[in-house]
Ligand binder design. Structure first.
Ligand code: SF4
Length: 372
């Protein structure tokens, strides 16, 4: 099979590869980040004409039937299953901006990271009020781990973000900037820090920006963020039932679902349908029915439910928790993609954000199957 020819079942195969991960025979120079928000134990892999984040360090990847040969200097490898070559894949290499520094001497790779093949991503504030206490922390989260490994800095100042964005656009042609943040103690929940960050980046370079935070106290922040230049916002539910929210994310679960929905509605009025999204981690205990019925409610008010398979991250309380299997994901992504296509709210219609990047889920690939 040649990598330029798509197999008819590529959506199913990609879903399975993302669920099980890839074991690399010899990972040579491939680097993977320790801790942090976003996909930390993954590698971005180009496969079947798309780029997806694939677990390569999780326990399931260790025993995955999908095995990549030692990547070449260009990151190219053969992907095998049961000894048979399935296709050629390419691990996305380090971007050029990683070799440069900010004007105050901080390596750019500590300020922002390349996600997928062309997304710049940062965690503006690498601390979170909920993180240090196990009664409040989200059990899947590793936000402060990368600080321990000195692979990031605690606070990325607006000027840091402006400088890195400018160079990442110039050197690597990044297409969007995603800014998330740990939650500070202030009632704006990080909106103010994001506002200052967006303003500085937009003054330096014209790039679509998605910001991600918890619902703030005042919904006026949505207008301020939009006016500063953000084109989309993510407010992440992560789990959808109170049962799982209380168990997995006891601190964040204190923000009620009713408040999330009020915030979603206010944000859609400002950013427009689809440009408000929410991450939902499948595999933490919510049933397929619970995730699908929540997704229906979200789509009805113009919010894009970005459902991704949970992947355990090392050094978190859930590091030994299994990822959902391919059938569980298929049972959600297939009907969900159909709902999104019918609503005219597919990944390719969005202005910016994780749902536009799409690499942490195969949802957008299922959308293409339903659009065909
Ligand atoms: S979907 Fe979001 S978290 Fe995942 S690779 Fe893309 S930008 Fe990063």
């Amino acid at each position: 099979m040649n990598s330029t020819r798509l197999p008819a079942n590529s959506h199913s195969l990609l879903n399975e590869i993302q669920a099980l991960g890839i074991k690399i025979e010899d990972d040579g120079d491939l680097t993977v980040r320790e801790g942090g928000a976003g996909p930390t134990d993954h590698k971005a892999v180009s496969i079947f004409k798309t780029t997806v984040m694939i677990p390569v360090l999780s326990p399931s990847a260790e025993s995955s039937p999908f095995i990549a040969t030692k990547p070449s200097k260009m990151g190219v490898a053969s992907l095998k299953r049961d000894g048979k070559v399935l296709t050629t894949i390419r691990f996305i290499g380090e971007p050029r901006f990683y070799s440069e520094k900010s004007s105050d001497g901080i390596p750019f790779w500590k300020i922002a990271r390349l996600h997928s093949k062309d997304v710049l991503a940062t965690t503006v504030l690498q601390n979170c009020i909920r993180y240090k206490n196990k009664d409040t922390s989200c059990q899947f989260c590793a936000i402060e781990e990368s600080l321990k490994y000195d692979t990031t800095i605690a606070y990325k100042k607006p000027k840091h973000l402006a400088e890195v964005a400018q160079r990442a656009v110039a050197l690597d042609g990044v297409s969007q900037f995603i800014m998330t943040t740990g939650t500070p103690a202030s009632t704006d929940r990080g909106a103010k820090i994001l506002f200052e960050s967006v303003k500085a980046v937009k003054a330096a370079v014209d790039i679509p920006i998605q910001i991600q935070c918890e619902p703030p106290d005042s919904f006026d922040w949505f207008t301020k963020l939009k006016d500063a230049g953000a084109s989309a916002i993510g407010m992440h539910l992560e789990a959808v039932s109170d049962r799982v929210r209380n168990r997995i994310m006891p601190g964040k679960a204190e923000v009620s679902m009713a408040y999330y929905f009020k915030a979603f509605q206010a944000a859609v009025e400002v950013f427009g349908r689809g440009n408000v999204s929410t991450y939902i981690l499948a595999g933490l205990g919510d049933t397929q029915e619970e995730i699908l019925s929540m997704s229906e409610r979200l789509i009805a008010i113009g919010v894009y439910p970005f459902v991704v398979p949970f992947v355990p991250v090392r050094n978190t309380p859930l590091e030994n928790h299994n990822s959902p299997d391919k059938d569980f994901m298929h049972g959600i992504l297939d009907p969900l993609a159909n709902l999104l296509v019918c609503a005219g709210m597919t990944s390719d219609t969005l202005a910016s954000g994780c749902a536009k990047c799409g690499a942490c889920s195969t949802l957008s690939i299922f959308e293409k199957k339903h659009s065909a």
